[in-house]
Design a protein around this ligand. Structure first.
Ligand SMILES: [Mn+2]
Length: 331
């Protein structure tokens, strides 16, 4: 059965929310780069992905009785994704990072191939039940928008750059015992403002897996994005999950299309999340999942939009109940 690992976006080196997570029964977390939560390292002799900062971070979480089996952040990768000068230096940093994750027994690393533009939202306060707000995306708001400073970025170059990266990183990751898990483009549109996005269809995920049989070459199944690629997420989980290379799951839901969607509370989306968990169970997935993109509740604190703390606690409790139900069925 999948287990919950909640992301810790709160600024370190300690946040009371870390203890709150433990108190609601979460034992594991997903890390982000030390310092990205706003805390500065005194000793600049090491970069955030070097051993010292990562080790300190892991210890700070261990002090809250939280283990950190997974990570989803990376050193700068833009030159790698875009195939620009400097990419070999970035790859060296990435290799160092992966070796350190292995040393610290952090065996899963979510990464992405978002060139230039990150995850896209342009609706931030869509009101839903009781006035809670969710975020969303509407491509029609971008009609006529200019290209970015990057100009046109073509899929064939993104593929070539991804392959160049994987050729150099997968052997290192395999050796370090770290499994790379590619997150989809969000939203999974083939092009946004002149920039192609290659991790946007099940077929392209097959191409990624076909590129290398290395056990280090895997997938983060972010359900909100895959729900915009198919009407049947449980079937997709059974299909892609049978590869054995789904290494991490973002457990969430959306309503709409890739061109126009909004996020939903975990208990109120169109996808049958119970059936999704049955699918993970049936394909033998026993890795970690985390809640993702929750609403913002009244009076709540959100370190990043979509990560409001009270709503995350509600989502965690809901998913804990679903996991318990599916686990009980199996017995
Ligand atoms: Mn996600």
């Amino acid at each position: 059965m999948p287990k919950i690992a909640e992301i810790v976006l709160e600024p370190g080196p300690f946040d009371p929310f870390w203890l709150t997570l433990k108190q609601v029964g979460v034992d594991a977390v997903v890390g982000v780069m030390p310092g990205s939560g706003g805390w500065e390292w005194e000793k600049k002799v090491e970069l955030p992905w070097d051993f010292g900062p990562l080790n300190d971070y892991k210890q700070q979480l261990a002090d809250c009785e939280l283990e950190m089996p997974a990570f989803e952040d990376a050193p700068p990768m833009e030159n790698i994704r875009l195939g620009r000068p400097g990419r070999d230096e970035e790859i060296e940093h990435f290799q160092t990072f992966v070796r350190n994750l292995g040393r610290l027994e952090i065996h899963t690393l979510t990464y992405d191939w978002w060139a230039g533009l990150g995850w896209q939202r342009n609706r931030f306060r869509i009101r839903e039940r009781g006035g809670l707000t969710v975020s969303g995306f509407d491509a029609s708001a971008q009609v006529g928008a200019p290209m970015t400073r990057l100009g046109r970025v073509e899929a064939r170059d993104l593929w070539a750059n991804l392959e160049y990266f994987l050729e150099r990183v997968l052997p290192v990751a395999e050796d370090a015992g770290v499994r790379l898990a590619m997150h989809p483009d969000d939203p999974p549109l083939p092009t946004v403002r002149g920039i192609d996005r290659i991790m946007s269809s099940p077929e392209n995920y097959e191409r990624l897996l076909d590129f290398s049989d290395s056990p280090a070459n895997g997938i983060t199944l972010c359900q909100g994005n895959f729900a915009l690629m198919t009407d049947d997420v449980p079937a997709l989980i059974r299909n892609i999950g049978s590869s054995g290379r789904v290494y991490f799951v973002h457990f969430r839901d959306v309503r709409g299309t890739a061109e126009n969607f909004k996020e939903t509370p975990h208990d109120a989306g169109p996808t049958d999340l119970l059936e999704c968990l049955r699918a993970y169970r049936d394909v033998g997935f026993d890795g970690y999942l985390r809640t993702d993109h929750v609403p913002t509740l009244e009076g709540d604190t959100a370190p990043v939009i979509g990560y409001s703390q009270r709503a995350r606690l509600h989502a965690i409790g809901y998913v804990q109940g679903l996991i318990h139900a599916v686990d009980a069925e199996a017995k």
